[in-house]
Design a protein around this ligand. Sequence first.
Ligand code: COS
Length: 378
Amino acid sequence: MADRSFLDWPFFEPRHRELSAALEAWCAVHLPVDHGDVDAACKALVAALGQAGFLRHSGADADEALDVRSLCLIRETLARHDALADFAFAMQGLGMGAVTLFGSEAQRAWLEKTRSGRAIAAFALTEPGAGSDVANTATLAERAPGGWRLSGEKTYISNGGIADLYLIFARTGEAPGARGLSAFLMPADSAGLTIAERIEVIAPHPLARLKLDGVMLPDAALIGRPGEGFKIAMSVLDVFRPTVGAAALGMARRGLDEALARVRRPRAGGGTLADHQIVQGHLADMAVRVDAAALLVYRAAWTKDMGAPRITREAAMAKLYATEAAQEVIDTALQLHGGDGVRHGSAVEALYRDIRALRIYEGASDVQRVVIARSVLG
Ligand code: COS
């Protein structure tokens, strides 16, 4: 059982401890799931998380704020049990983040479906020619009678192929660069939208390249005002980057748990690996990294929940540190397992693959460094 004493930290309220306990009990019964068919597994996970009520936390009603601590607690807990369950939960929140934060009343109607697990959401920002450099987005949205016509390509889109709706960013051209982008809600059955490629990755989940060939969207699909897309994307990422850190934290806790179980095992020649000071040193480093990551993640979440208008710096620090630290923790956990660590199907081998993408998606580590450096340079 992972250390849960952090729940007594002052960042949390009784409702967070209740949420954590309820989800822990749910996970013990429902996770891990079979990952054989990731599309089917994700659809089933979204439906199950919706039915159990946990997806309510992936969005918020018009008169309430997203509770970032709950988002983080849920991601941390799910990721500790099953990375695919974390993925299924996370994408409902990220995909609908722009609607939760900036959506019109009509657009918010979709939230009822995504928060109950009856619709799957996706966040379509990255392009073949614009990953870290969002200001360079090339997908075009041109004025057309009654709305907008969108053309271009989006890639590495999580839930691509199984989503019911995509939150898509395109160039509307009010100004060059970052000031000329807009955000749109695009239902998956829009004519002209095709899944050009399904992308296989080291920790399989639904992922695709999308092609938009003259997709017509009504005026009502625009989120916010024309030209606000970049700021909408960044505001959504500010809220969700700490949750990526939280998922990494969950994986790191699992890595530490697996390592502890391993080093306590009696050895043929007597004693345990844990008897060795060098192994104890590794365990100490892992434990410090886990707690430091937790402090940064929940500091960011708490700061937002306390009403801070922007948590750009805190979010970047949480994501950068927690994902990099988790990679190190998991690498050490695998090392302590010796040959068993690299066996396909072992828990640490899966963690080793699962953690890698978190240092890349929602802003690669070097993007977080740029954001933090800009902040400290003032
Ligand atoms: N919240 C609100 N507004 C923000 C913001 C934020 N977090 N960050 C920047 N802005 C605003 C700036 O204030 C600026 O506004 P003005 O034009 O009014 O001055 C505008 O947006 C442009 O900002 P900036 O000049 O900092 O943009 P850059 O092109 O330099 O981009 C980075 C900055 C690299 C940080 C950004 O492109 C980024 O985060 N890239 C990674 C994208 C990502 O996470 N992709 C993964 C997709 S999901 S898998």
